[in-house]
Design a protein around this ligand. Structure first.
Ligand code: TEU
Length: 619
């Protein structure tokens, strides 16, 4: 069978997509109006003062989340783990790592979230386990082990000695640099690990594996959990273990054999039947699906297919990757981003459902990456100017994201404009992906460390993993032991915590938090936001992101100047009559707004009377 190219149209094994009507607001699933907040527990809040985030810390911040207005909390993994990939290497699926707390503390946190009207979903990492998981310890104990076939073991390439370069069974590469196969001397075979060596891939073709995963999922749902975010769930079905030709792709070499693999839809349908059927009305599932084209997303999220409710696509967050991929960063062309987002809006409208995100624990901070975090102005001593531009660009991007059709995801600290981190040398980086890239590029390929570090500072996942900056006390108020200078957070807090923190933002006349509150409230109260058709305006404009949302005779017009230069508004974006709905221009400066020009990073949202051709025409 030929390899399954990651970007190819879906295999003919998947039934034709049954189109489904646009969700009827009257009976749409609850998550179509919901907003999700992602917590990366190790960096969110440290309740017991050991420098590591925990469940007690999360419990202490639930009122912050309830006040923001979010509906769902997504917890990145809190299970027992050796933490080689910060918990995405799970050693026991049915317990809590003592670093975070206990199962009893988890149950109390879940109840406290429910009491505030918030749901809680867990991070399900079942493409791979930790190499310390009991299943893998059995599997690697011998070729005749009961669970040998729960993982993916292969002999060395014929003619090669196991453990020597080139002896790997295929030429596939890992997401974290190096080969995707790990040599096991004891049993004389390689095992597949698409990520770190400590993250062996499970063999989903083995029904015993699937049964065990489904039983574990039901155990969490019976405990009251409200759903799952499913880590790299589109990688679980591997095609043939053969060498592949290098292709330009955002994915590692070999991904065409396993991204959206031959049986992935079969497995997700089976998972739905075995785990969610009969209770899915109350639950929410989101698949993380790197390397997934729109055609597969239509299959994953079509409600008539009962696979997952929505997925995270990756095309839009790859548009500032140069020819060399993520570590060859390029400048984003807004026209490409607008076209991509519009394509996904059109492609899933009435067929499936989008998640909406530009931040998470794997992405650099949005305001630094695509906005203006004010660092340049700060260096010139213009503190107020720096805050003004960080506020304006953070809120402009938030508005153009949240007012699309789909479920928005807010990442911890995004709601008050946390920024990238001024990392120094490689010793400042903690992420396995970053450290492995540096080792491979500099030490194995002879790249200039200064160039590699410059790219790492822009794109490393570490930018999103420093402690949340709650206030201007020691370590940004991250730790309950802020009066104990001997306690240092597992990762240093961003040095700008004294001025950029949740408390300072709330006290400011330019509060990003309050703007997010208004965006979330709009989604909760105005069905045009949740269900209206998206139509892009001015696709070729290089600084303006403008679109309409239309539901029946209701039209919302969003216009945002995503640049640091004034932006004259084209006539298509200047309806004769319009009712102001939202702007990021602070109330005390609203009188200065020029109807014909958007100031740098200014966003305006207006309701346009029905039938006004120039604003609802779309393109
Ligand atoms: O991420 C999978 C994934 O696609 C990311 O590794 C992404 O490709 C990369 O970070 C972009 O540079 C999930 C989790 O979100 C990530 O934190 C884990 O490291 C990974 O899976 C393995 O579990």
């Amino acid at each position: 069978m030929t390899g399954h190219h990651a970007d190819a149209a879906p295999a003919d094994t998947a039934p034709a997509v049954a189109s489904s009507a646009v969700p009827d607001p009257a009976d749409a699933p609850w998550w179509t109006r919901a907003v999700v907040y992602q917590i990366y527990p190790r960096s969110f809040a440290d309740g017991d003062g050991d420098g590591f985030g925990d469940l007690a810390g999360i419990a202490s911040k639930l009122d912050h989340l309830a006040e923001l207005g979010v509906d769902v909390i997504w917890l990145s993994p809190i299970y027992p783990s050796p933490q080689h990939d910060n918990g995405y290497d799970i050693a026991d699926y049915q317990d809590i790592d003592p670093r975070f707390g206990t199962l009893e503390e988890f149950d109390a946190l879940l109840a406290a979230a429910h009491e505030r009207g918030m749901k809680l979903i867990m991070d399900l990492v079942v493409n791979h386990t930790s190499d310390e998981h009991a299943w893998f310890l059995d599997s690697r104990s011998s070729r005749a082990a009961d669970k040998r076939d729960w993982y993916i073991w292969r002999d060395p390439r014929p003619g090669f000695t196991g453990g020597t370069p080139g002896a790997e069974p295929t030429n596939w590469r890992s997401f974290f640099s190096g080969p995707a196969w790990q040599w096991d001397e004891a049993t004389g075979q390689y095992f597949l690990r698409l990520f770190a060596p400590q993250q062996p891939d499970l063999n989903w073709d083995n029904p015993d594996v699937r049964r065990a995963v489904y039983a574990m999922m039901r155990w969490w749902l019976d405990r009251g959990v409200d759903g799952f975010r499913m880590d790299v769930i589109n990688l679980i079905s591997k095609g043939e273990y053969v060498d592949v030709e290098p292709v330009t792709s955002s994915m590692p070499l070999g991904a065409e054999q396993y991204a959206n693999g031959p049986r992935v839809h079969e497995y997700l349908s089976e998972m739905h039947r075995e785990v969610f059927a009969g209770r899915d009305a109350e639950l929410m599932t989101v698949g993380e699906t790197p390397g997934t084209p729109l055609e597969h997303a239509q299959l994953y999220t079509d409600p008539t297919r009962a696979e997952v409710d929505m997925i995270f696509q990756f095309e839009h967050v790859g548009l500032d990757h140069g020819k060399g991929g993520k570590w060859d960063p390029a400048t984003l062309d807004l026209r490409h981003l607008k076209a991509n987002l519009a394509r996904w809006q059109d492609g899933l409208f009435g067929r499936g459902w989008n998640s909406l995100y530009l931040n998470n624990h794997d992405q650099p901070r949005l305001v630094s990456r695509f906005g203006d975090d004010g660092q340049g102005l700060l260096e010139q001593g213009d503190v107020d100017g720096a805050e003004r531009v960080r506020y304006a660009s953070a809120t402009a991007w938030a508005a153009v994201l949240h007012l699309q059709c789909g479920t928005p995801f807010i990442y911890q600290g995004e709601e008050f404009g946390m920024t990238n981190v001024p990392f120094g040398g490689i010793e400042d980086f903690a992420d396995v992906e970053a450290v492995n890239h540096y080792t491979e590029a500099v030490q194995q390929q002879g790249a200039d460390p200064r160039d590699v570090l410059a790219a790492l500072r822009l794109m490393t996942r570490d930018n999103a993993r420093t402690p949340v900056q709650w206030d201007d006390s020691v370590h940004g108020g991250f730790s309950a032991a802020s009066d104990r200078p001997d306690v240092t957070p597992w990762m240093p807090v961003n040095p700008n915590y004294a001025t950029i923190n949740a408390a300072a933002d709330r006290a400011s006349r330019r509060s990003i938090f309050r703007f997010y509150q208004r965006l979330i409230a709009l989604r909760h109260t105005d069905d045009v936001v949740a269900f209206g058709r998206f139509d892009l305006l001015e696709p070729d404009h290089e600084q303006l992101f403008a679109y309409t949302r239309t539901l029946g005779d209701r039209v919302l017009l969003v216009t945002a100047n995503l640049s640091g230069r004034p932006c004259p508004l084209p006539s298509s974006c200047r309806p004769a009559t319009a009712r102001p709905v939202l702007t990021n221009v602070p109330d005390d400066a609203a009188g200065e707004a020029d109807p014909a020009v958007l100031q740098p990073w200014e966003v305006r949202v207006v309701a346009v009377p029905a039938g006004v051709p120039d604003a609802g025409a779309g393109v």
